[in-house]
Design a protein around this ligand. Structure first.
Ligand code: KE4
Length: 425
């Protein structure tokens, strides 16, 4: 019998490129037909055939309190009943800005936008406007959304500027972007020694989640902090994924390193479009209408989206929330490693707060090169065996996984039971 997912995917491809509104959803890395989700609740969602899955994507991070949380849904319904969008300031935006500044002490002022891409792109423009410099530094394997200057891969040599990773990005844009190796403090020091006075900012995922999960080493981030301070470059932590996910204070609270600017998204919208970028007032004052760096958005600080975000931020501040979330995630990764070992499969896993990585490799990778050496084919086989068993993992060997507060012991145990079969497949 033809699946409704197949039927919908065929239809979708007639009117939407690749049949999806974001490439990773198309299953091209793992093969097969994407599942069209009809509804979700707690740790579960259901596809177009009304088949239930345990969900480990959580909308790529936002669904940290579980899908369709009754308090989040109620807040959205109440906000929507008062009007969807005004194009004028609201009290909710003031409350959200105050909450973010309270929870992320390195942020003194914050601007709300509608996507992580918009937040990262705006942070970049602000760093360039505030420093009067054009050159930026990013790292191979880190993703900061699809702004032109950030869709760049490493050049051929250390100081050779990047090349576009996407068609449509002019060479002229990529030539201002240096792409260095993640977790290589010596290389960072060398670049700054040669051209530190030309660098507007360094943007990094302090705990990376877009090449699978990879932790920055403390030395790498500390070196970044030192050279940015020494040369007047803006240190930007892209915590769109790690923010409020790995800890209430994000990765910066785990490392004890304060960036100059932080980019946020996902959890702060609770599933609706809210993202943000912020930092000290002396930087943020460069933004229009105060300063010369222009940035704007019709739906920035949208009242319905802010209601979802604020309710989510309230729920994650419940006593013990992160201790429990971290414990459940650790139960998952420990159980997966044990199941793989019992099946004689080369596999390891890592967990930070409510985020996890799975690697078909002997050791947890700490460089992009070793990450790319993980067995993608073996992952794809595992992915489909788990999907067939009703467990939905990220459809790529190079994405992270996400646990919600609703992934209780029964859900984790059901996942591990599926994994014992999937590793043997
Ligand atoms: P959005 O524009 O997708 O809201 O955020 C871009 C972004 C920026 N920074 C980081 C660290 C991110 O992880 C993201 C988006 N993450 C991907 C997951 N790999 C979103 C999923 C997708 O592209 O569909």
């Amino acid at each position: 019998m033809t699946s409704n997912n197949d039927t919908l995917f065929a239809r979708a491809q007639l009117t939407t490129p690749g049949g999806v509104n974001s490439p990773v959803r198309a299953f091209r890395s793992v093969g097969g037909t994407p599942r069209f989700i009809s509804r979700a609740e707690g740790p579960y969602f259901w596809d177009a055939d009304d088949r239930r899955y345990i969900d480990y994507i959580g909308s790529w991070g936002p669904a940290i309190v579980g899908h369709a949380h009754p308090e989040v849904v109620a807040a959205v319904q109440q906000a929507a009943a008062r009007g969807l969008s005004f194009g004028a300031p609201t009290e909710g935006e003031v409350l959200m800005a105050e909450e973010i500044c309270k929870l992320v002490p390195s942020i003194e002022q914050v601007r709300l936008v509608s996507s992580g891409t918009e937040a990262a792109m705006s942070a970049l423009r602000l760093a360039r406007g505030a420093t009067g410099r054009d050159t930026i530094v990013k790292f191979e394997g880190c993703y900061h959304g699809h702004a032109d200057s950030l869709l760049v891969k490493a050049g051929s040599g250390l100081l050779t500027f990047g090349n576009p990773t996407s068609a449509g990005v002019p060479e002229d844009f990529a030539k201002h972007t240096l792409v260095l190796d993640y977790n290589d403090p010596q290389q960072l020091e060398e670049v700054f020694a040669r051209m530190g006075d030309k660098i507007a900012c360094v943007m990094v995922e302090p705990i990376a989640g877009n090449m699978n999960l990879m932790r920055a080493t403390p030395e790498f981030l500390q070196t970044m902090r030192t050279v940015c301070s020494r040369h007047g470059a803006v240190m930007v932590f892209d915590e769109v994924m790690s923010g409020f996910r790995v800890a209430l204070g994000g990765a910066q609270s785990l490392y004890g390193i304060a960036p100059d600017m932080t980019v946020l998204g996902k959890v702060i919208g609770g599933g609706l479009p809210v993202a943000a970028f912020g930092g000290p007032a002396h930087l943020m004052k460069h933004l229009a209408p105060l300063g010369g760096v222009y940035q704007a958005g019709t739906l920035s600080g949208n009242p319905v989206a802010v209601a979802a975000g604020m309710t989510t931020l309230k729920l994650i501040q419940a006593p013990g929330f992160y201790e429990k979330l971290g414990a459940q995630t650790l139960k998952l990764t420990t159980g997966l490693a044990a199941a793989a070992k019992a099946a004689g499969v080369t596999f390891c896993a890592d967990a930070v707060g409510g985020m996890f990585g799975m690697y078909f490799a002997p050791d947890v990778p700490v460089t992009y090169e070793t990450m790319m050496a993980c067995d993608k084919t073996r992952f794809n086989r595992f992915f489909h065996a788990m999907l067939d068993a009703g467990v939905y993992l990220a459809p790529s060997a190079f994405e992270a996984g996400f646990v919600s507060a609703q992934h209780d012991d029964a859900v984790i145990e059901a996942t591990l039971a599926a994994a014992r079969g999937a590793f043997a497949a």
